[in-house]
Unconditional design. Sequence first.
Length: 183
Amino acid sequence: ITVTSNNDDAMFQGVQYLKNLGHERIAHIFGDPSGYIGGVRKLAFEQSLERLSLPLEDQYLVSGEYFSKEEGYRAMKKLLHLDKPPSAVFAASDLLAIGAIQAIRETGKKVPDDFSIIGFDGIDLGQLITPRLTTIRQDARKMGEMAGRKVLQLIDQKDQSQLGETITVDTILITGESTKVYS
């Protein structure tokens, strides 16, 4: 049994939000693409750009590998050195987004004045930093409860037919201060 966030819908929601703010050059700092979550979110990001008729530029896809602050920092440094950097970055985790914000600050640029940033997870730390992070919040409690219920159900019923089941839980966009209308 797999219990996961509705990553496809979440990525679309984030990309659409940035597009509605006027951003067209949107980068994605993704997690390990060979891992389940990293691969699913990267693919969903690419499909979201296509659905919204936004350009997909390979230079705007940068691996953040381990969903860490350090990897977000490293990935954002690559984006900052491009001839035409993106106006917005959608990071596959809040920690990647926080690392990206740190890299932007070190160059003397500002979030959201120079770059809009969205994270993914909805961790508490994202709401404590300045600027407060715009993020896609996962309902980790609900995911845990559903997984626990399913495991208990499997034990009680000794029914193995549900072992390959995937359950998706909806996410919610939390607007913070790390995004703004592109001008």
